[in-house]
Design a protein around this ligand. Sequence first.
Ligand code: NAD
Length: 329
Amino acid sequence: MKLENQSVVVCGGGGFIGGHLVKYLLGQGVHVIRSIDIKPRADWYQESHDVENLVLDLSEMSACLRAVTGADVVFNLAADMGGMGFIENNKALCMLTVLINTHVLMAAREKGIQRVFYASSACVYNGDKQKSPQVTALKEEDAYPAMPEDGYGWEKLFSERMCRHFEEDFGLQCRVARYHNVYGPLGTYDGGREKAPAAICRKVIQAKSSGKHEIEIWGDGHQTRSFMYIDDCLKGTRMILESEIHEPLNLGSNELVTINQLVDLAEEIAGIKLKRNYKLDAPKGVNGRNSDNAKIKKLLGWEPSIRLRDGLAKTYAWIESQMMATVPK
Ligand code: NAD
């Protein structure tokens, strides 16, 4: 399938990835007809004016029917989620996102939608494979036997599975990406739902501007992760949607760093050095996780192109501009 000549709807368009996706697709000449989010429009990270922007609660079936009407393709990025601090403390809320995913699929089936994209997560992977910071990158088959992240990961794995069975039993075409830590400007950097790159940028900026040259790090700083810049994510998302790959695919960076190295980079960008205080009882997730991109590279030719240092500098600059704009003069 080519997205040209298709009418596209983005669910979760007021959020970080959804907001970027609407802009990106419009920029590529794709006919995005509608963007939907539960948040009041004033709180959307980005809003595109050539699109119908709707505030709807997609956990309700009637809202989903309204949302997908007239579309050929639906990108489903709506979810009640956040970084580790949020998902470890809000497992029930994360699992309630199953209502969104269920109703989006049911509405898509009822309205004869041609193809649905579902944003899954690396949190579906079996925890036993992520116990050591010296990780072996996760391959798609490592999701089974199932032992995903409690709450959020179980819901993601269940919804992936539902996509599979809607396709097998009802013929609804579904494409699934397993995103690994996406970061970039125009996303959450405070309030409790932020993820590590944005949180670390914010803490470094606060330390620099306050002159209190200290930083609190969750865990011992040795946990490893990879982080994918938003531009790579958008390109891969479109490629997966347009592909004929029916199984979930990893979409992530394979540039593995420790959290300490992520802090090193943020300090380098800021031009300061901070005293590190490790909060060992804070939510920190698995000890190590990386994305094995062999399958997506082989099948679609996608690989990440933006180095963490470069993407983080852009993210840092945007968060700094936001924080400076809110500092009382
Ligand atoms: P986000 O929180 O910025 O965006 C999700 C949006 O969904 C939010 O704007 C939220 O208001 C909206 N939403 C929540 N409940 C809703 C409802 N009932 N009806 C309508 N809208 C609702 O998150 P994001 O980082 O843009 O993530 C997008 C998708 O990608 C999510 O499914 C997320 O689980 C997945 N994902 C993201 C990452 C990442 O690193 N950002 C990693 C893995 C998977």
